[in-house]
Design a protein around this ligand. Structure first.
Ligand code: HEC
Length: 186
């Protein structure tokens, strides 16, 4: 064998080694588990806006306004417009039918999940506390957040003013509107 032959053999061995090395590097990077950039997941409908400078990522619990003060100033006509978003599933006329959701006549002050002949979810049935303005204010922001498992598939009303106007209108769905709570002056 002349030196030319030896060169070829050495070249082949070197080539094989480089090939093996490349395969190893490639497979290592293939099987490396990538960490997600951000852990956890977002729940649709419960995104909170944080005030500037607030570095906390935990959603702040919304403070319920002083109903006695704010409801007296709420705009019933605007609430009536907001209620068009409920009409697909709810009737609120006196003695009116249940639709996809229960009839809502007299719902303010009515114990939860007690309207005749409506088949509520077990989530809604788990509590029969009366629907106060505060409870409705919270529920209508994000129904599934307050009553996990509710079958009311409605994302919720983010706007505080929309909810207050709507509550002022919902008050009129009764023989005698529920009394406004006394203003706390806060
Ligand atoms: C897509 C249909 C749908 C829409 C839209 C909807 N609801 Fe409902 N609602 C339901 C269903 C279904 C239930 C019963 C929930 C359960 O049993 O978990 C319900 C329950 C309720 C209850 C509880 C009633 C009770 O007797 O305890 C209230 C209050 C209510 N809805 C108010 C509203 C208001 C106000 C709106 C509009 C802003 C609205 N809903 C929009 C379907 C809907």
């Amino acid at each position: 064998m002349d030196s030319w032959e030896w060169n070829k053999i050495a070249g082949a061995i070197l080539g094989t080694l480089i090939f093996v090395l490349v395969i190893r590097i490639a497979s290592e990077s293939l099987f490396e588990v990538e960490k997600p950039a951000k852990e956890g997941y977002k729940v649709e409908g419960v995104v909170e806006t944080t005030t500037a400078g607030n570095t906390s990522t935990a959603p702040a619990e919304e403070t319920v306004p002083d109903m006695g003060t704010v409801l007296a100033k709420a705009d019933v006509a605007s609430g009536q417009k907001v209620a068009t978003r409920c009409a697909q599933c709810h009737d609120w006329s006196k003695g009116g039918p249940n639709k996809i959701g229960p009839n809502l006549y007299g719902v303010v002050g009515r114990p939860r999940a007690t309207h005749d002949a409506f088949s509520y979810s077990s989530a809604m049935m788990s509590d029969h506390a009366p629907w106060t303005f505060e409870a409705l204010f919270k529920y209508l922001k994000a129904p599934a957040a307050m009553v996990p498992g509710t079958k009311m598939s409605f994302a919720g009303l983010k706007s505080v003013q929309d909810r207050l106007d709507l509550l002022a209108y919902m008050r009129s769905w009764a023989d005698s509107p529920a009394a406004l709570p006394a203003p706390t002056g806060k």
